[in-house]
Design a protein around this ligand. Structure first.
Ligand code: 2HA
Ligand code: ZN
Length: 274
């Protein structure tokens, strides 16, 4: 089967285009990666052709031999739907987890995303902690979430609690909470290490003054997670724009009642008295 005809490729393209339509991918902003299933690799193997090995820039031994679909460095999400072969690629990771090679795509040259170290280190953590269930890592630049990083304290507690409060669905959609990475130079191993530490316990990591990373099982859940966090951030931005203080909100007791009825565990460290 041709890569472009596969269902997972269509899902990848749709998610990238949905992100573009949300306004989260100005210019070449953001990146997306998907850890392919062995049967999906097998399904498209006649359409794959190996290029030279290149260093990843970090080490991901638990991803040895895995194949990923990943957006290209400098490529525009806006173009994914009309020029898929030019916009993203399939890569294979070597048996040491130190190098990758392009197997498909980026037909006009180029490399996988500049955030490849963060994507792969996040995949490595999520593969381990979810027993292989999680397959998608998504980075975008949603404006309301970024705006909050200039106003809220840059702590997991502040972001989790504030975003939980702004929409009742939030504690159910991301019960483990949200992690925050202080401003760091993007693109390298250092920010990848800090982000992947947060991915041990959360599905969402916010990069101060930059954007967000979300992790999930499939395209729908991962896109939906980013969308839910960003919508909650939008409601907080609107509220703070109207008034500095909330007249009423969801209380710690309300959260505990919600957790009981919806069968989720909400860590007590986010339910502090303000
Ligand atoms: O340009 O978003 O973080 C891609 C990015 C880098
Ligand atoms: Zn970015």
């Amino acid at each position: 089967m041709k890569v472009l005809d596969a269902e997972f490729t269509q899902g990848f393209i749709r998610m990238a285009n949905d992100g573009w339509e949300q306004g989260w991918h100005e210019r070449n902003g953001g990146n997306l990666s998907y850890r392919m299933k062995p049967e999906e690799v097998d399904m498209v193997k006649d359409d794959l052709k190996a290029r030279d090995w290149q260093p990843i820039g970090t080490t991901v031994p638990d991803l040895a031999g895995e194949f990923f679909m990943v957006t290209g460095s400098g490529k525009f999400f806006r173009n994914v739907i009309i020029k898929p072969e030019d916009s993203f690629c399939i890569i294979e990771v070597d048996e040491k987890g130190e190098n990758y090679r392009i197997m498909w795509g980026l037909v006009n040259g180029g490399r996988p995303t500049s955030e490849l170290p963060s994507h792969l280190m996040n995949h490595e953590v999520k593969k381990r902690v979810t027993g292989g269930k999680y397959r998608v890592i998504y980075h975008a630049h949603p404006a309301n979430t970024i705006a909050l990083t200039f106003v809220l304290p840059l702590t997991d507690e502040a972001f989790t609690r504030e975003l939980w409060e702004m929409a009742t669905e939030c504690p159910v959609v991301f019960p483990d909470g949200i992690g925050v990475v202080p401003w760091m130079v993007p693109g390298g191993r250092e920010i990848a290490v800090e982000t992947s530490k947060l991915m041990e316990k959360y599905d969402v990591a916010i990069w101060a003054h930059h954007g967000m990373f979300a992790a999930g099982e499939d395209f729908d859940l991962t896109f939906g997670l980013m969308h839910t966090v960003e919508k909650s951030a939008e409601i907080l931005v609107k509220t703070l724009s109207m008034t500095g203080t909330k007249r009423q909100t969801i209380t710690p007791t309300d959260f505990r009642n919600l957790a009981r009825d919806f069968n989720v565990t909400l860590p007590e460290r986010f339910l502090f008295e303000k």
